[in-house]
Ligand binder design. Sequence first.
Ligand code: 5BU
Length: 279
Amino acid sequence: MPSITTRTYASRAAAHPIPVAKQLLECMDRKQTNLCVSVDVTKKADLLRIANASGPYCCCIKTHIDIVEDFDQDLVQQLQAIAEKHDFVIWEDRKFADIGNTVRLQYSSGIYKIAQWSHLTNAHLIPGDGILTGLASVGEPLGRGLLLLAEMSAAGNLATGEYTAKNVAAARRYPKFVMGFVAMKRVDELEATSGGVAPGEGEDFVIMTPGVGLDSKGDGMGQQYRTPDEVIRESGCDVIIVGRGIYGGGSGRPDEEIVEQCKRYREAGWTAYEQRLKQ
Ligand code: 5BU
């Protein structure tokens, strides 16, 4: 089997069995960007401003909606409108980790009603397959997609080895809903991560990778940064996730600086992808 990394985002989009993954890959090809901007700010106005400034340059905006102090329904409506205008998908980085019945409610209900507005969300496999059954019962009918946290970027994290392999195996049991992984490398192509479940026919997992920075190697709180080239070309991941490298931390840099950093990361990520296709 040739590696998925030899294929273009466009050819993968054309064949992808999950509509939201198709939408993401098509968007990456159309906008020539594999950049996801992580907007981790605590004020509604800052979140919307940074999403609007970054929107033209990215394929995805990732949120942590529970850190926003003045959250309201208008925030998600405005965010959805910005996503339409600039053509990107929204990913609420919720990291679900409870039993099926609880995550079903956390995903659909409460103040945030994540499933109503977020194209993608993600989950830990710690509770076993029930978490996937619970989340799929809400997300699948709405055309949403899930990423499993097969690996993490933080120093000393426990998502390694056999646990990573089990994430790949579980993803293969939910082929209509699990569209990819948060991972540091091409976990679906490693012999050791086959997880005892054979790859499905036409399987295509999108690997989205945090811990990306061009100017720093860490943040003093465990985060570890690699360059877009290390992530996309060397490790075969598909999407770079950049937070503070772009918005600068706190309430965010001025728009012109955000745009400048978006262009820089977009260019680095796309060049790495073009180089990978030539390898
Ligand atoms: P940063 O500012 O680029 O370091 O932000 C990284 C973002 O990605 C932040 O929202 C984290 O919650 C998220 N993240 C991560 O850094 N590492 C992981 O393994 C996972 C998520 Br999963």
